[in-house]
Design a protein around this ligand. Structure first.
Ligand SMILES: Cc1cc2nc3c(=O)[nH]c(=O)nc-3n(C[C@H](O)[C@H](O)[C@H](O)COP(=O)(O)O)c2cc1C
Length: 237
């Protein structure tokens, strides 16, 4: 059986990747159906994980009291962060909307449990962080599945993990990795908010690829890809 992707399927896959956005505004009042949320969580749960340890849990939150407490933590951490921004950029920084905790109908805390199937996990012996990386793979699946279902998602990391742990009753050994805000949105921007605001540009692919060694920008064995990487993506078939 040929289970390769058809051209249409490939298009859909890349569409999810390129049109995914971090969303903090534009949430509408339309609720996320339980079917859709379940599909999104299934997709997250099918991420790769070191030694198949599946070290994630998803704490689903819609309780307004919890959201309020998390929002307060955001406000405190946001204030601290603003003190670190240099004066010239401070007003820009303060103008950004960096969370949608209350406006989004569903919040999800994705956690890392290093004890699941442990202590011996295949592949985690030399690089313990591989467990955390696995959780990030699940988050990316969740994010892309949400986009595919027309659901906006914003990741809020301007938070105190201590507050999160206390409020959600996480055991000491469980680490919150991501606090995500999900909801239907009126639109998805075509570019990241921080790019549109001129805060940072998207780097060019050619500036992030090295050949064989760190910072080596050319190599005779990589000539063709060196050129392709500089061309417009649309010219690639
Ligand atoms: C680990 C992580 C933490 C993030 N934390 C925040 C956050 O606290 N607030 C926020 O507004 N965006 C946050 N973002 C979203 C990034 O700002 C966003 O991904 C980036 O600007 C690129 O935009 P895009 O996701 O729309 O492509 C976070 C993203 C990641 C991957």
């Amino acid at each position: 059986m040929n289970d390769n992707f058809t051209d249409e399927e490939k298009k859909g896959f890349y569409k999810a990747i390129y049109s995914r956005r971090d969303v903090r505004s534009h949430f509408t009042s339309e609720p996320i159906s339980d079917n859709t949320l379940t599909k999104i969580l299934h997709a997250a749960h099918h991420a790769p994980s070191v030694g198949f340890s599946q070290p994630w849990n998803f704490v689903l939150i819609k309780d307004n009291n919890t959201k309020k407490i998390i929002k307060e933590s955001f406000q405190i951490e946001h204030r601290h962060a603003s003190e670190l921004v240099d004066e010239k950029r401070k007003s820009d920084y303060l103008s950004f909307k960096l969370e949608g905790i209350m406006e989004s109908p569903i919040n999800i805390c994705v956690t890392y449990d290093p004890t699941k199937f442990g202590p011996f996990v295949i592949g985690r012996t030399s690089i313990p962080e591989a467990g955390m990386y696995s959780v990030c793979c699940a988050i990316q699946n969740l994010w892309l599945a949400a986009r595919t279902e027309g659901i906006g998602l914003g990741w809020v990391s301007i938070l105190s993990n201590d507050v999160l742990k206390r409020q959600l009753g996480l055991p000491e050994h469980v680490i919150p990795v991501a606090y995500l805000c999900l909801g239907h949105v009126s639109n998805f921007e075509t570019k990241p908010d921080l790019e549109r605001a001129g805060w940072l540009p998207r780097l060019e692919l050619k500036d992030v690829v090295y050949y064989e060694k760190w910072e080596q920008k050319e190599d005779s064995n990589w000539k063709k890809i060196e050129q392709l990487i500089k061309t417009n993506l649309d010219t690639l078939k």
